[in-house]
Structure formats: structure tokens, C-alpha cells
Design a protein around this ligand. Structure first.
Ligand code: COA
Length: 198
């Protein structure tokens, strides 16, 4: 696993981009990732950035995870898409090693998770976050937290910041999900007005 650095911002974008070109990949998690993933998430739970997840919880939900790895295979980012019900899923445990931030790694993870949501046929994806600008750039809009009573009951009550929550609920409606379009590859763009008028 790449060393976690303090400070929160990339040490130098040019350096990060050079390493990005050197082979960052976003891929599904594997059983062999469990130890690194547990340590990675634990590094962000102390200050309440992420909710803690036990090893057994990670085993249970491992198939939800997409991981970003550097050219050497070291873990530099994680994110999970967890089904809530037949129409709704949540993005959870999203984090990127501070040394790699602002170089597109988090966006790649989010795009991969949204691809998973489309493949599953999920209609809506939500997250609780302090990074509203980041998620807005991915199409999410702010919604009332009360829209997710199950989340508040199951997870928020375990959060160390539950009495002073500063997270914002955001939601994205997937444009092509819904009956008959559960598999996104079935969708074809409407070419009736193609090419567009000049
Ligand atoms: C939120 C988080 C996952 C984003 O990861 P990231 O890898 O920095 O994300 P990206 O690099 O894709 O985007 C971050 C910013 O860098 C900018 N950026 C991305 N690639 C860039 C590039 N090549 N050149 C310049 N800027 C770039 C983006 O515009 C983006 O700006 P925005 O946040 O205002 O939208 C990361 O900051 C993190 O781990 N935070 C702590 C945990 C957390 O808050 N998780 C969210 C819980 S829901």
C-alpha cells in the first residue's frame, strides 16, 4: 500500500499526474485486498471522515468495492456501491490517499461505481458527504437527509459525529435506468436528429 501522507492535498500535481500515467487502475476488489482495504479505511475513520468497517463487514460487502491501485499494485483509493433496496444504492467508503488527490483518481472510482449502478439497473444513487462540489460535478444534487431513514438508523447512529453531523445528502438519478433498460449497454442514443443542425 502506498504510504499515506498528511496534509490532505497532492504534494505536486505534476508528480501525481506522472505517476497517474505510470499505471493507475480502478478494478473490482478481491479477497487478497482485504487486509490492505481494512487498513486503508481505518486510516480515515479516526476523524470521522469515513465510517469504520470491520473485517467481517468488508468480507460481506467486498463485491461492492472498486479499488484504485498504482503501478505497483499498491492501494491508493477505494469506494463501494451498496444496494439499499431495488431502486436505490449508496456510495460508501470513498477515499483517495492524500498523496494522490486532485489527479482524477476519486472521479475514476465514482464513474466505475456509477457504471456498476447502471449495470444493476439501480435508478438512484446517493451519498452523505462534505465534498458537495466533487459530487455535484458527477451530477449529484443536494436532497434532504430525511429521505434516507434506513441509513440514519443503521449507520449514522454508530458515527462518532452523529450529534454534530456536517454531512450533506446528495442524490443522482441515473438517466438510463428503469424498466427495460437495466443493462446499460442496451441503451442506444436517439439518432433521429443526427447529425445535429448546424
Ligand atoms: C473526495 C475524494 C475521494 C476525491 O478524490 P480525488 O482523487 O481527489 O478526486 P478527483 O481528483 O477526481 O477530483 C478532485 C478535484 O481535483 C480536480 N482534478 C481532478 N483531476 C485533475 C487534473 N488532472 N488536473 C487538475 N485538477 C484535477 C477536480 O476538478 C476536482 O475538483 P472538485 O473536488 O472541486 O470537484 C478525496 O478528496 C478524499 O479521499 N477525501 C477524503 C474522504 C472523503 O471526503 N470522502 C467522501 C465521502 S462521501
Amino acid at each position: 500500500m502506498a504510504a499515506l501522507t498528511s496534509g490532505g492535498r497532492a504534494s505536486g500535481l505534476a508528480t501525481v499526474e506522472a505517476r497517474e500515467r505510470a499505471g493507475v487502475r480502478v478494478r473490482p476488489a478481491r479477497v487478497g485486498d482485504l487486509a490492505a482495504l481494512e487498513g486503508f479505511i481505518a486510516a480515515y475513520t479516526g476523524d470521522g471522515t469515513l465510517l469504520a468497517r470491520s473485517r467481517s463487514n468488508l468480507v460481506h460487502y467486498l463485491r461492492d468495492f472498486r479499488l484504485a491501485v498504482d503501478g505497483t499494485g499498491g492501494l491508493i483509493g477505494s469506494g463501494a456501491l451498496q444496494l439499499v433496496n431495488e431502486t436505490l444504492a449508496e456510495i460508501r467508503s470513498l477515499a483517495v490517499d492524500p498523496a494522490w488527490r486532485d489527479a482524477g483518481v476519486g472521479s475514476r472510482i465514482v464513474r466505475a461505481l456509477l457504471g456498476d449502478a447502471r449495470r444493476l439497473g439501480v435508478e438512484r444513487v446517493f451519498c452523505l458527504t462534505r465534498r458537495t462540489g466533487f459530487f455535484a460535478r458527477h451530477g449529484f444534487a443536494v436532497v434532504p437527509m430525511e429521505r434516507y431513514p434506513d441509513k440514519i438508523w443503521n449507520d449514522c447512529r454508530l458515527c462518532p459525529r452523529r450529534d454534530a453531523c456536517d454531512e450533506i445528502a446528495m442524490e443522482l438519478t441515473l438517466p438510463f435506468a428503469g424498466p427495460g433498460t437495466a443493462i446499460s449497454s442496451r441503451w442506444r442514443p436517439d439518432r433521429s436528429s443526427w447529425p445535429p443542425p448546424r
